[in-house]
Design a protein around this ligand. Structure first.
Ligand SMILES: [Mg+2]
Ligand SMILES: [Zn+2]
Length: 227
């Protein structure tokens, strides 16, 4: 079994990129955000333009990243998976460096991360940043910086955990989807089976209960969270 987890809003309680931008970027970042919301630019383009607006040395950036908290049940979930040899991969349309820094602070820096790549130019008088998207896919309708459907391995059963728009393109592929927020609405509208969750604490209990059928490759019935 292989577990895939979104990062922003799923593992982190707040969106790491939005937090960094609100603290360190030129205020124009919100104009770029509005262009994305209007559909004028895709999420990859939006992120690349916004990351270029971040000001401050790496140490300043690190201090801002250290303000971000993660779901209090995530570390136990990682232990639950490690005890059963279920590898976890983090797939995110966010920024790899932000995610790794946050995970390291919670002693979870060993988890592999598939995300956009932050390049720091520290040689300049003021540090500047740029974002590369090595995991984008022209053919994916998601038009994001990281195509999650392409990042999913073929080896099942695959469990996916997410909460938002960046998870839409992958949501009908895994054998089991845990969804909250916009992702749950999306799956609901399209009749994509999913299990609703609030956080990793209840998710771990749901996964434990689903394991026998999942590992038996039985098709899981549509489920909703117990109240
Ligand atoms: Mg998310
Ligand atoms: Zn995709």
């Amino acid at each position: 079994m292989q577990v895939y987890c979104d990062f922003d809003g799923t593992i982190s309680l707040d969106d790491a990129t939005d937090h960094v931008l609100s603290r360190l970027a030129d205020p124009q970042w919100e104009t770029v955000e509005a262009l994305w919301q209007e559909g004028a630019i895709d999420s990859g383009e939006c992120m690349r333009r916004q990351v270029a607006m971040i000001r401050g040395e790496r140490s300043t950036l690190d201090a801002v990243l250290d303000e971000i908290s993660i779901d209090p049940g995530f570390a136990s979930f990682v232990q639950f998976c490690a005890a059963r040899n279920f590898p976890i991969t983090i797939v995110s349309d966010g920024v790899d460096y932000f995610i790794k820094r946050i995970l390291q602070r919670h002693s979870l820096g060993h988890l592999p991360v598939v995300a956009n790549l932050l390049i720091t130019d520290a040689a300049a008088r003021a540090a500047s940043y740029k974002l590369l998207s090595p995991h984008s896919d022209e053919g994916c309708k998601a038009t994001s910086g990281v195509c999650k459907c392409r990042s999913l391995g073929a080896l099942g059963p695959r469990v996916y955990v997410g909460d938002g728009c960046s998870d839409f393109c992958v949501s009908d592929k895994p054998e089991l989807v845990f969804a909250k927020g916009k992702l749950a609405d999306f799956c609901d509208d399209r009749n994509i089976p999913f299990v609703a969750y609030q956080g990793f604490e209840d998710l771990t209990l749901s996964l434990r209960a689903a394991l026998p059928r999942l590992l038996n490759r039985e098709v899981l019935p549509r489920q909703h969270a117990a109240a």
